[in-house]
Design a protein around this ligand. Structure first.
Ligand code: NAD
Ligand code: 89V
Length: 342
């Protein structure tokens, strides 16, 4: 019998990566016992592809029928509040994809409900689990460059994201919700919590409904300053999708993550270069392999936290802090001034 029986809700584009990850984690006692999608064809096809015995079109029916240890929710943001609510009411530990909620109030409500009910709730925020990001966090924890005082976190691409995720073109709150959550999460993890923020948003592609470019300036509580930026409308070559580039400076040195996941680490004027590219897992394909490997690492880390009885690194409460930056950036951009982050 499986040590951790998982139910998956949402069998669309990105869920396929989660199902591969849970399949890899069979070696750690995980079994996906049921999948669910409101679209019967997707539920059936996903169950067939991954050898899952049961499929559903109604999440409540799945949760009522199976004794699940964990439910993984990989639906779009507008459904998160209701589906997370179903899991909390049944006291089933849950993971929900980013962006956590439609707005900060929804994120906070889900985090509060989970806390009151004593239910484990994690957000699948995977960028901090990418290979180079894991290495950089280790370097910073070891004090390699001292306490960081300046940084840049940059996700710039012109990749046709709308092909796989056509719904993004219709989002009126777009780049900050889709990419901002990732780059803000990295800024928090690498440089600490944020004191205030200013932001400029642009809609450079006339065929999308929301902003496709966001440029932010952050002052961190430590005194560090960072530039955090994301766009789906860059025409640069090489286009490094889906890599995030980074620069972090501290009193003893600097860490620079360059295209191709090449990591330059300078300590006391001596530079070492590391290949921080992710392995291409048997089920992965370039250029998505970086993200796909991080899905496995994220699922693994959340599973370990659940089993150890501690909150996930990307717990609901932690992700509320990341989402606070998204709301603060929208407010700063619309007010045309810097906003204090509370
Ligand atoms: P998608 O539209 O392809 O898939 C969502 C699926 O959920 C659909 O098949 C839909 O029928 C199903 N669904 C909707 N409501 C449901 C319900 N009540 N019960 C069961 N199934 C339901 O979307 P996607 O591109 O797979 O995105 C899903 C989520 O993953 C989004 O939140 C997106 O932001 C996130 N995502 C994350 C990353 C990342 O790197 N972390 C990358 C891509 C997408
Ligand atoms: O939803 C997302 O996180 C995607 C990305 C390609 C950045 O993973 O859009």
């Amino acid at each position: 019998m499986a040590q951790t029986a998982v139910g998956v809700i949402g069998c669309g584009f990105f869920a396929q990566n989660h199902l591969h990850a849970w399949t890899d984690l069979r070696s750690k006692g995980v079994e996906v016992v049921a999948v669910c999608d409101v679209d019967e064809a997707k539920a059936r096809a996903t169950a067939d592809k991954f050898g899952v015995k049961h499929w559903y079109t109604d999440a409540e029916a799945m949760l009522a029928t199976h004794k699940l240890d964990l439910v993984d929710i990989i639906t779009r943001v507008e459904t998160h509040r209701d589906i997370v609510g179903l899991a909390i009411r049944r006291r089933i530990p849950a993971i929900v994809q980013k962006p956590f909620g439609l707005d900060l109030a929804a994120c906070q409500a889900m985090a509060d409900d989970a806390q009151k009910a004593g239910v484990f709730l994690a957000v699948h925020e995977n960028f901090r689990f990418q290979v180079p990001m894991r290495k950089i966090q280790e370097l910073l924890r070891s004090g390699a460059i001292g306490t960081p005082s300046w940084g840049r976190v940059s996700f710039r691409t012109g990749y046709d994201i709308y092909k796989g995720q056509p719904y993004l073109a219709k989002e009126t709150r777009f780049a900050l919700m889709d990419l901002g959550v990732h780059v803000f999460d990295l800024a928090r993890v690498l440089l600490g919590e944020v004191e205030h923020i200013s932001a400029e948003l642009q809609r450079r592609n006339p065929n999308v409904a929301g902003e496709d470019t966001a440029t932010m300036l952050l002052k961190h509580r430590s005194g560090a300053v960072s530039i955090v930026e994301c766009t789906y409308e860059s025409r640069r070559v090489p286009d490094v999708f889906p890599e995030t580039l980074l620069e972090i400076e501290g009193p003893k040195g600097a860490i620079i993550l360059k295209p191709g996941s090449v990591l330059d680490v300078t300590i006391d004027s001596k530079t070492k270069t590391y290949d921080a590219d992710a392995p291409v897992l048997p089920w992965a394909e370039r250029p998505w392999h970086i993200i796909q490997e991080s899905v496995l690492a994220t699922c693994d880390s959340i599973l370990e936290s659940l089993r150890a009885g501690r909150p996930a690194d990307t717990s609901a409460a932690d992700n509320v802090r990341t989402f606070t930056l998204v709301e603060a950036a929208y407010e700063a951009a619309s007010a045309g001034r810097s906003v204090r982050v509370t």
